[in-house]
Write a protein that binds this ligand. Structure first.
Ligand SMILES: Nc1ncnc2c1ncn2[C@@H]1O[C@H](COP(=O)(O)OP(=O)(O)OP(=O)(O)O)[C@@H](O)[C@H]1O
Ligand SMILES: [Mg+2]
Length: 258
């Protein structure tokens, strides 16, 4: 049996079948099917408006699908909100514009909406601080649980967002342009973090316009166009030009114009 056949016989962590979402006349996501395997980084690329963010929003429960099915470890599951997506799909979403509360501390952001309470009432602040500190340590970060998020750099804020995935032991982390809002010098840190999550057995779906980042971390690269999957490339001997060619094959755009 070849290694590619072996991969195909593994049970996917998440199977998506026939996922569809329209906004009025626009089919933002059009009959998309995809498997994501344990410990795999899937890069998601495509032109502006291709449907990448909408696709992620259907997984994270922020938008409601029109049709399609989700299977988690082979079992059909449903969810209707970000909360139930996190519970049932074990997904943590890291957003393009971060969506952290700048006035709150790191630990408060980490546990936002999922606070640990004693006897169901009182917040267990020391325990939440301790758990946050432990995760930050595994991420090799100097950030402290009591730091105010608004005073952290973009890269550090990204780390806080990602730490939620570890705190709640999510299986799948989906990231929409995680390196868009941070300085170039911090991009390597985020890429390292993605690799560390993968080593830890997590699966990651990464949307990025930075094709070099996609090539650095992805196992497979899914090319979206007009709401559909145009192609899925195994990341072996690929160059940026190869990705650009598939992304823009209907537009005849040269790399220099990208
Ligand atoms: N809430 C919305 N209401 C109406 N139309 C929407 C909404 N969200 C997305 N769209 C439309 O759906 C299509 C897909 O958009 P989406 O944001 O998913 O693309 P994208 O691939 O993430 O693009 P980008 O690379 O620019 O982030 C676009 O035509 C967009 O205008
Ligand atoms: Mg987008």
């Amino acid at each position: 049996m070849s290694s590619s056949e072996k991969t195909q016989t593994k049970t996917p962590l998440l199977s998506i079948r026939g996922l569809t979402k329209s906004f009025g006349q626009i089919k933002a996501v059009d009959n998309v099917s995809l498997d994501v395997f344990p410990g795999e980084v899937v890069g998601l690329i495509g032109d502006n408006g291709a449907g990448k963010s909408t696709f992620l929003s259907l997984l994270s429960g922020y938008n409601k699908k029109d049709s399609g099915d989700f299977y988690y470890k082979g079992e059909k599951i449903s969810f209707s909100s970000p909360r139930t997506s996190r519970r049932n799909l074990k997904i943590e979403m890291v957003y393009q514009n971060l969506s952290l509360a700048p006035d709150l501390t790191v630990w408060q952001n980490s546990f936002l909406g999922e606070e640990i309470r004693r006897f169901g009432v009182l917040m267990d602040v020391p325990l939440m601080i301790e758990k946050t500190a432990r995760v930050l340590k595994t991420l090799n970060s100097k950030v402290k649980p009591t730091d105010q998020v608004g005073e952290l750099s973009g890269g550090e804020q990204q780390l806080v967002a990602i730490s939620r995935a570890l705190l709640f032991n999510r299986d799948l982390i989906i990231m929409d342009e995680p390196t868009a809002a941070i300085s170039v010098s911090k991009i390597d840190d985020v890429l390292k973090l993605i690799k560390a999550l993968k080593t830890d057995g997590k699966s990651i779906i990464l949307v990025s316009h930075r094709l070099e980042d996609i090539l650095t971390v992805s196992d497979r690269i899914v090319v979206f166009a007009h709401g559909k999957i145009r192609d899925i490339l195994v990341n072996r001997n690929l160059a940026i030009e190869d990705l650009v060619r598939v992304m823009f094959q209907d537009r005849n755009v040269k790399k220099e114009e990208f």
